[in-house]
Write a protein that binds this ligand. Structure first.
Ligand SMILES: *[C@@H]1O[C@H](CO)[C@@H](O)[C@H](O)[C@H]1NC(C)=O
Ligand SMILES: *[C@@H]1O[C@H](CO)[C@@H](O)[C@H](O)[C@H]1NC(C)=O
Ligand SMILES: *[C@@H]1O[C@H](CO)[C@@H](O)[C@H](O)[C@H]1NC(C)=O
Ligand SMILES: *[C@@H]1O[C@H](CO)[C@@H](O)[C@H](O)[C@H]1NC(C)=O
Ligand SMILES: *[C@@H]1O[C@H](CO)[C@@H](O)[C@H](O)[C@H]1NC(C)=O
Ligand SMILES: *[C@@H]1O[C@H](CO)[C@@H](O)[C@H](O)[C@H]1NC(C)=O
Ligand SMILES: *[C@@H]1O[C@H](CO)[C@@H](O)[C@H](O)[C@H]1NC(C)=O
Length: 736
């Protein structure tokens, strides 16, 4: 037995190391940052997340992606370059073209934290008999347009090669704060002989050539955008966020001309990247020759600045270029020299000690640097997720008074749960599993290792296990407030408050399951989701999913596992019962039953005695189908305010309960839906990607009111709105 224990411990340890190594320090909830794309370094606050689906990204960082086709992209827009000090990014935007009805595109672009730089770009239209414009949509539904037109009326002599003079090519300035835009090119001709183009381009990166009229333009051109971080905040609110403040050491916040978010600037005297966790560094003005002093020797660097000085003896003055240093009369010098001689010994002694002191400081510095580096490399994860603890049998026997009946807190299909008191004052729940055979041991250990890596606020944490006993014992943290089942079925009086709590619980359970399905290194199917397995914690009732006794780890290349059907009657996925193929959709079904339980307050079995309704789920669905769902919602819970919500959750439950697993939503979709309903402030969506859409929809409109949308700022405006009237005006899609 002793031998066995030793071997198992080693295996467990190496498993831990293996997993940590394999996923390159990405335990649950910690996003793995990638800092290069095609050997190009990605500076803060930009980031590529390796495991975005399974972690909560830092809202202050701007997410990019790296793909095979375009390299670095923001949304679906290729990134050409990033400038931190100017808070600008150069993106490659599609050129809008119009070559007749069937061959045109109108790129649209939406973002909050990216604004087309007003001073660094121009809007151009290229073509003959063409006009192009840019529409910008404000948050309040306002709309602005600007653009220009160019016509030669068939006489191409005035087309000026090399300059955008107004014929063949026209250009206008771009107003500030344009971030939700569409760009349109169009032609005055019903059947144009050549194409028309409209585009925004970085100043200096487009030179008009008359050959462009016949041979066309590149598909995309560079555009400069101003960016900000943390678009849900401004400087004031961000600073109040404390740890979530995006401007690091020695930098300041700037939101003067931003509508969303803020940018950071290194304080004067500092340089570097203000978004980088290490912050801005002091500039050594003396070394960098940016000092004001007479010579380098008169310069002394200090944190954030420098000072100038004159040698202590023999001169006076301030040591600056202006003031300089003046020699003192000889007598003073002499006294100074005597002074030096007198104390030379003392000085050298002091210098010796100073050297030693510097050495020590260097060493400390190195140590601190090393510490910092280690901290950065390892991140929070090493300290916060303790690895699996191996408990001894004696320890657990003592904790449970030799598995005393009085300490049993639960009994289920998979074992018995005892409350236990460890020597270190921790209260734990100890689960005595049913017997497992030898072949399952390795899997059991794998499972324990993976489960103990789970660190989610809505999942009961596995602390460790004991393998010395015949049946393995699992040690979980103890959750105090009983099960969700008790909570639902004990409640007599329900009201809107009850509903809000239940909705919160539903969202939390869904979040936890979604996390298990997709969040961890290996997907985990719970396979026994039920209200008995949801524990409630604390005064403001936090749901904690527990009991992974039946959990199945799904190898990454598989989406289902064949098992002996086990689970709890009333919650069991009918498809799984038939096929014995356990998939994550089986959990979705069971969760659907839990939703129904939350809505109806009924137990999934032995409920109110209706004939011919075999299970609560079927009963519920039949009422929903007849549009009489409110008849089965628990009495008292519904009111005017929550009717819509209840209905939405009822529909969601019905989707979870679909017979065919593949038709059910994923746990992630369910969680997102429920979370969306619990979050009151839906003001700021978390994702702020830019996406270009090439829309193909061209609608025709002839009403004169729409014509004024085309604010023409061109020199050739006198060509007249009248001719525009007959033209196609493009009504834009919403540019999602
Ligand atoms: C950023 O822009 C500034 C000003 O135009 C320029 O001096 C600097 O070299 C640029 N930095 C990078 C990394 O392109
Ligand atoms: C455009 O496409 C439609 C159908 O897709 C076709 O009927 C029409 O002739 C085409 N027009 C031109 C100018 O090619
Ligand atoms: C933009 O213009 C600069 C300077 O003329 C040039 O170096 C750069 O390659 C151009 N960028 C693109 C994407 O054409
Ligand atoms: C900053 O944001 C907060 C809340 O989002 C708002 O109350 C405040 O007025 C804003 N301050 C400025 C200067 O815009
Ligand atoms: C911030 O910068 C100052 C001056 O450069 C330095 O003394 C301090 O240690 C830094 N603080 C942190 C947390 O890095
Ligand atoms: C001096 O300036 C250069 C660039 O201007 C910078 O890279 C370097 O870090 C600076 N050195 C010090 C000691 O500040
Ligand atoms: C962009 O404009 C469209 C059209 O008005 C609007 O539906 C959409 O919500 C806007 N998007 C943003 C991010 O402001």
């Amino acid at each position: 037995m002793k031998m066995m224990k030793h071997v198992l411990m080693v295996t467990t340890l190496s498993m831990v190391v293996g997993i940590v190594g394999l996923v390159a320090d990405s335990p649950p909830n910690t996003c793995t940052e990638i800092r290069t794309c095609r050997n190009v370094e990605i500076p803060y606050p930009f980031v590529i997340y390796k495991n975005l689906k399974s972690c909560s990204p830092d809202p202050r960082l701007i997410k990019l992606k790296c793909n095979d086709k375009d390299g670095l992209v923001k949304g679906n827009v290729p990134v050409l370059s990033i400038n931190i000090s100017t808070s600008q990014i150069e993106l490659s935007l599609i050129v809008s073209k119009y070559c007749g009805k069937n061959n045109s595109n109108n790129p649209s672009l939406t973002s909050k934290s990216f604004t087309i730089s007003s001073k660094d770009n121009k809007l151009l239209t290229v073509g003959d008999n063409s006009y192009g414009y840019l529409n910008s949509f404000g948050d309040d539904g306002s709309k602005y347009s600007t653009g220009c037109l160019t016509r030669s009326f068939g006489d191409s002599r005035s087309i000026d090669h090399g300059t955008c003079s107004g014929i063949g090519c026209c250009q206008v300035d771009i107003p500030p704060r344009m971030r939700n835009i569409t760009i349109e090119a169009s032609s005055f001709d019903e059947l144009p002989k050549s194409c028309s183009y409209a585009f925004v381009v970085k100043n200096g990166n487009y030179t008009f050539s008359s050959t462009h009229l016949s041979q066309g333009l590149p598909d995309d051109l560079p555009v400069i955008f101003d960016w900000t971080i943390d678009f849900a905040n401004n400087c004031t609110s961000a600073k109040n966020n404390g740890v979530n403040y995006g401007c690091k050491n020695n930098s300041k916040c700037d939101d003067e001309d931003t509508d969303y978010g803020y940018r950071c600037i290194c304080n004067p005297g500092y340089e570097g990247n203000p978004y980088d966790p290490i912050g801005c560094r002091d500039i050594n003005e003396c070394e960098n020759d940016t000092h004001e002093c007479k010579t380098k020797a008169n310069c002394k660097n200090i944190d954030g600045s420098h000072t100038c000085f004159c040698p202590k003896w023999g001169s006076s003055g301030d040591g600056t270029k202006k003031g300089g240093c003046q020699n003192l009369p000889n007598i003073v010098l002499g006294v100074g020299a005597a002074f030096i001689l007198l104390f030379a010994g003392t000085f050298s002694y002091l210098i010796y000690h100073k050297r030693k002191f510097i050495k020590l400081k260097e060493k400390l510095f190195e140590q601190n640097g090393g510490l910092f580096l280690r901290q950065k490399l390892s991140g929070k994860e090493y300290s916060s997720s303790q690895s699996t603890q191996i408990f001894t049998q004696d320890e657990l026997k003592k904790a449970t008074k030799n598995f005393d009946e009085s300490l049993i807190v639960g009994r289920g299909g998979f074992g018995t749960v005892f409350k236990g008191f460890l020597d270190d004052k921790r209260i734990v729940a100890i689960k005595k599993s049913k017997q497992i055979n030898k072949n399952q041991i390795q899997q059991f250990i794998d499972e324990v290792v993976v489960l103990s890596q789970i660190n989610h606020k809505n999942v009961v944490k596995l602390l460790g296990c004991c393998l010395e006993t015949k049946v393995p014992l699992l040690v979980y943290e103890f959750v105090s407030n009983g099960t969700l089942s008790n909570f639902i079925h004990k409640e007599r009086q329900v009201n809107n408050g009850t509903w809000k709590t239940r909705l919160k619980i539903a969202a939390e359970v869904a979040g936890a399951l979604s996390y298990l399905h997709s969040g961890v290194t290996i997907p985990i199917i719970h396979s026994d989701v039920k209200s008995d397995n949801v524990l409630l914690d604390g005064t403001n009732i936090t749901a904690r999913v527990s009991d992974f006794g039946a959990s199945k780890l799904v190898p990454l290349d598989q989406t289902e596992v064949a098992t002996i059907v086990q689970g709890t009657f009333g919650y069991l996925d009918p498809e799984y019962m038939q096929t014995s193929q356990l998939t994550d959709k089986s959990d979705v079904y069971s969760f659907g039953v839990v939703l129904v339980e939350l809505l109806t307050g009924e137990k999934p079995f032995c409920f109110g005695g209706q004939e011919n309704s075999r299970s609560l789920a079927m009963h519920f669905l039949s009422y929903l189908k007849k549009d009489r769902v409110f008849e089965v919602i628990q009495n008292g819970m519904r009111n005017e305010g929550n009717e819509q919500e209840i209905k939405e959750v009822a529909v969601l439950a019905s989707q979870c309960l679909r017979l065919r697993g593949e038709k059910r939503p994923s746990m992630k979709e369910v969680a997102m839906k429920l979370e969306g309903m619990t979050i009151l402030d839906k003001r700021s969506p978390v994702d702020d990607d830019i996406n270009i859409e090439e829309t193909q929809y061209l609608l025709y409109e002839s009403s004169s009111s729409s014509i004024h949308e085309l604010g023409d700022t061109s020199k050739h405006g006198d060509v007249g709105y009248d001719s525009l009237k007959e033209c196609k005006l493009i009504v834009l899609d919403d540019g999602r």
